[in-house]
Write a protein that binds this ligand. Sequence first.
Ligand SMILES: Cc1ncc(COP(=O)(O)O)c(C=O)c1O
Length: 375
Amino acid sequence: MKLFDVYPLYDVTPVSANGIEVIDEKGQKYLDFYGGHAVISIGHSHPHYVARLKDQLEKIGFYSNSIQNPLQNELAQKLGELSGCDDYALFMCNSGAEANENALKMASFHTGKAKVIAFNNSFHGRTSAAVAATDNPAINAPINQQQEVTFLPFNDTEAFEKAIASDDFCAVILESIQGVGGLDEPTTEFFQFVASTCKSHGVVLIADEVQSGFGRSGKFFAFQHHGIQPDIITIAKGMGNGFPVGGVLIHNSFRASYGLLGTTFGGNHLACAATLSVLEVMEDENLIQNAAEVGNYLKERAKELPQVKNVKGRGLMLGLEFDFEVSELRKALIHNQHMFTGGAKNKKLLRILPALNVTKNHIDLLLEGLKKELK
Ligand SMILES: Cc1ncc(COP(=O)(O)O)c(C=O)c1O
């Protein structure tokens, strides 16, 4: 059997990794400024992560959601403490799309309505309601197009007010910092306007923190830069440092009932162990603070590159915007400098999404590599 050919691949075969280094089958080391698409949060194969997962696997790796699993409670408790969101309840699932799918579903159950407001350039995943709220017709199959989604621009209060006035929306979903779209984010004024308008219209505000959450922006959640409180928060990527896990934080004002949401794999013992170890390392090693500091350092040092026209994003969710398309530059960085970086829908944006324990020395190496390739 062949693989279903949907991914354009770089000619690199990683066989091991450690911290922010990835090593290929020829023994070549690469510096990972991409984090496997913002997934690696505490560094590849962090010793605490490896030990906790190994230990858990030797005890019990999986059982379904029909038994007591105290690890889920321990995780919910720790997540509430570290994120400052302890007035929410946690539902665990397996990916970012699934987190958003369940969030949209909860909004629809809660309000009895079906329409959704999303934003231009959004990406929320590839399942039914999540992909319908994603601004990319190429990945919306006819079966997904039955969902009614209104796309609006960020920061246009008039358009938002006009759209929501019809009172038939269940949810507004937005990425606190857009990932795939190219690191745009709403202004604080717009965030606050959206939050208060949702409240007055009884519409559920969903913050998609799948990429920007878990400390990447320099705060636990990126919406926390704007002083708002969403009704539902979705998480995934950095949560498991590579272990497939996602979650939905649902405000305590929502009512749960048996069977309302469900999943076979979500919240299994290994997923909990992976996520708990991520939270423990984030706390012990002050990784949120590091993300803020090293991110600011990179923003500052990027000014040394005259080819960089703009730096977007926050913390370690950054984009360097050039006035040319960056695909050749990314290839050159991999092949000549042995550095992984990311791209975006905005083809002129080079995305920098390293593990949150990346150091200023690593950033110096990135700058050197960029300078060589931009000559
Ligand atoms: C903001 C955001 N939401 C949702 C998703 C979908 O996550 P997953 O690929 O785990 O389904 C992504 C993935 O890139 C994302 O960046």
